[in-house]
Design a protein around this ligand. Structure first.
Ligand code: SF4
Length: 454
């Protein structure tokens, strides 16, 4: 079958891991000769990269899919793919629900897309959800931005948080080798990318599954070692990472972040709850005291560091007093940003079948109260930027005002200022901050730093 001038469309739901997988799969499709189509209705291959974390994301997939399944009756050559966590969780049940589907593939199979599609073009309907050893990223991702890129360093998760589907859909931890990671970042540096974000569901677990132990008895390849190993890649000016787990967050890592100039002063460390009893039921493996100690240590080393996190309210059995402990933690720490969610039971997780689920009213009331506090604290945290000179890496045009460009400070605050995107994209600009809002800043450009790649 000839596939020149055929088009693909990918719709991505969920987390950064999914976005990174989508970019890799887009790279594979382009290598196969497909071209991107913004409009799914013009595409010959439509891929939904799905997420089970939020109910509405799952519902949206079904409604998009329903529409395209109808189109398939008029255009039998249309290929429909569901990838990601819903695919992994539902497997063959998805085919029963939407028989028009051609391919259902779990996240571990992202690198096999070409192979799987070829089987589809040969007339097969495929379900690929069995656990596999992840093949090294040999494909070139088609990156959405030309400035910032994600780099997977570890797949899967060995934790067993009682609310989370990730371990069952993304499998056990599999670290990439430091050499493969560095080679990918070097290639990104050569292509002109200025910022990379190292990704893993539990990034602090990096290296545990790689062979080698130091004379002191520690794993030879820890995440901290990896930072030292990759931090000087030419061309790359900024390094970020996500997601950190408080259970494994070490002072050695904090020291490395303070020491290495390219590592940005922004830490995303989900705490989920400020109550020790709830944390225990979530099987998170730390206390709120330990979490506070980590943040204090970060602030000892880097007083201006931005801290963001994820929190869940309304976990089964959470009492009003336990919820107030979460409010207290947020009040005390003062997060720069907090992603909040009301607990929603995910099929196949232990907490989903517990009795004592809270009512929707209680959950949404707590969520609103938490969000209110988060906005107040974020606005307070933003105040410190007023009048300061901040280094902003320009990523794009402000979609709401074409005379402005936007980018992020090292601490990850979204910042707008007047400028021409064609001149400034990918540049580091010193910006004097003149306006602060809870989650973004506005300023005036003072100086553009020319980046000389070495
Ligand atoms: S650490 Fe917990 S919440 Fe994060 S992916 Fe693993 S099981 Fe899920």
């Amino acid at each position: 079958m000839t596939i020149s001038h055929r088009h693909y469309h990918i719709t991505t739901f969920g987390c950064q891991m999914n976005k990174a997988d989508s970019e890799r799969m887009a790279g594979i499709l382009e290598d196969m000769g497909f071209e991107w189509s913004e409009d799914p209705n013009q595409a010959d291959v439509i891929l939904y990269n799905t997420c089970t974390i939020r109910d509405n994301a799952e519902q949206k997939v079904y409604s998009y899919l329903g529409r395209q399944a109808k189109r398939k009756h008029e255009q039998p050559n249309l290929t429909l793919v569901v990838a990601g966590c819903v695919a992994q969780q539902e497997g063959e049940a998805l085919l029963r629900r939407v028989p028009e589907l051609d391919l259902v593939m779990g996240p571990q199979h992202a690198n096999r897309l070409k192979d799987l599609l070829q089987q589809v073009f040969d007339g097969n309907q495929i379900v690929a959800t069995e656990p596999i050893h992840i093949i090294e990223d040999i494909t070139k991702p088609r990156r959405d931005s030309k400035v910032t890129a994600w780099v997977n360093i570890i797949y899967g998760c060995n934790e067993r948080c009682t609310y989370c589907v990730v371990p069952s859909v993304r499998g056990v931890e599999q670290s990439r080798t430091p050499e493969a990671i560095r080679a990918e970042i070097e290639e990104l540096g050569r292509q002109g990318y200025k910022e990379i974000t190292l990704l893993g569901q539990n990034i602090d677990a990096y290296g545990r599954d790689l062979p080698g132990v130091t004379p002191e008895g520690r794993h030879q390849h820890t995440f901290t070692d990896l930072l030292y190993y990759i931090h000087d890649v030419p061309g790359v000016e900024r390094i970020r990472f996500a997601t950190s787990h408080p259970r494994y967050f070490t002072e050695r890592l904090i020291r490395a972040c303070a020491e290495l100039p390219k590592v940005c002063e922004h830490f995303h460390i989900p705490f989920q709850s400020g109550d020790n009893e709830v944390l225990k039921r979530m099987a998170r493996g730390y206390t709120h005291e330990k979490y506070r100690r980590i943040i204090n240590t970060i602030r000892d080393y880097m007083p201006d560091a931005a801290i963001s996190a994820d929190a869940i309210v309304g976990f089964p059995t959470e009492t009003e007093a336990q919820f107030e402990n979460t409010l207290k933690l947020v009040e005390d720490i003062g997060f720069d940003q907090l992603n909040t969610a009301a607990y929603s039971p995910r099929p196949g997780t232990p907490a989903a079948v517990w009795e004592d689920q809270l009512s929707e009213e209680v959950k949404s009331d707590r969520l609103q109260r938490l969000n209110h506090l988060v906005a107040i604290k974020a606005a307070e945290r933003s105040q410190r930027y007023m009048g300061r000179l901040e280094e902003v890496l320009v990523e794009d045009q402000n979609p709401k005002d074409k005379t402005q460009v936007m980018g992020r400070t090292r601490t990850n605050r979204l910042t707008f200022f007047t400028g021409d995107i064609h001149e400034l994209k990918g540049k580091l600009v010193k910006v004097k901050i003149t306006e602060v809002r809870a989650f973004s800043l506005t300023g005036e450009p003072v100086e553009v730093r020319e980046i000389v790649s070495v």
